[in-house]
Ligand binder design. Structure first.
Ligand SMILES: [Zn+2]
Ligand SMILES: [Zn+2]
Length: 340
């Protein structure tokens, strides 16, 4: 089968690799669409991968085959794939299965090869059915929305004013979810015009170009001088964390959704004076994916406008260099199998 694999010299190359061999308790998935995630980019650039690794975890597909011990799944089922958990450890009992330390199996960043390939194999507990009325592209986008929903849940807020810093796919998905959930006003800060336009379509009340406007002055303006109840950092830029704290209201919450792997400077007294809660979010749950798929089925979420590049596996190495590594694409979606 064909796969895009990591290569330390070329970054990504398309190769012929052996088909996955199923154990009795494994399921073979024919991949239809796989989204390229920001964390995939970070993994490639970290150069910590072994040559030949297949990444990619934002997958929609159909069940193609299964081992003798697998029950409750049929060939042809439409599914997305999320990690397993044990259900019993401290973290699982706290409702944080994504932090499970006992039985966390994942595709594309863990022990199973990922979705930049024609087929992959999974543990059956990883499967989440795609409901009627949701196409394969939205299916592959469900995880990005679930990650955004998880950011909102981590903030602990259920209403109020919200600022999203950074209009990549996660920031834009957040805008959509905040709108559905009744937050307002919703403001997005993003320097790229195309992304600001999409944010308005997704439900932002105001968009700000932080390169040409003073974000903090605008933030105060939009909230009658109070600042925002919740601020989501989705730009991946370390400096934005302090900006987020500065834009938060007294008692407001800042949730760092983007993964920032470097030291940043922050002035702690800015947390004291406003008693700002500073937290972060990581991954998402099956339940959050199911919730987002349901909103997709109801027509409240359509993530497809996020897709700026719809390409084949063969095109991925080129698109990686030209559109992903340069930050030009919002969402690169791979077309691998026949869409539904
Ligand atoms: Zn992802
Ligand atoms: Zn566990």
């Amino acid at each position: 089968m064909k796969a895009a694999v990591y290569d330390s010299r070329e970054k990504l190359v398309v190769r012929d690799v052996p088909m996955p061999q199923l154990d009795a308790n494994e399921v073979l998935i024919k991949v239809i669409n796989t989204g390229f995630c920001g964390s995939d980019h970070s993994m490639v650039e970290s150069r910590n991968l072994k040559d030949g690794t297949i990444i990619g975890h934002e997958v929609s597909g159909t069940v193609a085959d299964m081992g003798a011990q697998v029950a409750g799944t049929s060939v042809g089922d439409r599914v997305i794939i999320r990690p397993t958990c044990c259900g019993k450890c401290r973290e699982c009992r706290l409702g944080k299965p994504y932090l499970c330390r006992v039985d966390r199996r994942t595709i594309g960043l863990g022990d199973f090869p990922g979705g930049f390939a024609e087929y992959l194999k999974v543990d059956p507990r990883m499967l989440i059915p795609i409901p009627e009325g949701v196409d394969s592209q939205n299916g592959a986008l469900a995880e990005a929305f679930a990650a955004s929903l998880h950011g909102i849940r981590c903030s602990g807020k259920e209403e109020g004013s919200a600022l999203v810093i950074g209009g990549g796919s996660i920031g834009l998905a957040l805008v959509r979810l905040l709108k559905i959930m009744g937050f307002g006003p919703i403001v997005l800060s993003e320097p790229v015009e195309e992304k600001r336009v999409l944010a308005i379509d997704f439900g932002a009340d105001t968009v700000v170009d932080p390169f040409n406007e003073n974000l903090i002055l605008r933030a105060m303006d939009e909230t009658g001088g109070a600042g925002f109840d919740t601020v989501f950092e989705c730009s991946g830029l370390g400096e934005s964390v302090q900006t987020a704290v500065n834009a938060a209201a007294n008692g407001g919450t800042v949730c760092v959704v983007s993964i920032i792997m470097r030291n940043i400077e922050i002035m702690p007294v800015t947390l004291n004076f406003k008693e700002v809660w500073l937290t972060g979010s990581y991954s998402n749950t099956h339940e959050e994916n199911i919730r987002c798929l349901k909103w997709m089925a109801e027509g409240r979420i359509d993530g497809r406008p996020l897709i700026t590049d719809y390409v084949s596996l063969d095109e991925l190495p080129h698109i990686y260099r030209e559109r992903i590594d340069t930050g030009r694409a919002i969402k690169v979606m791979l077309k691998i199998g026949e869409e539904f």
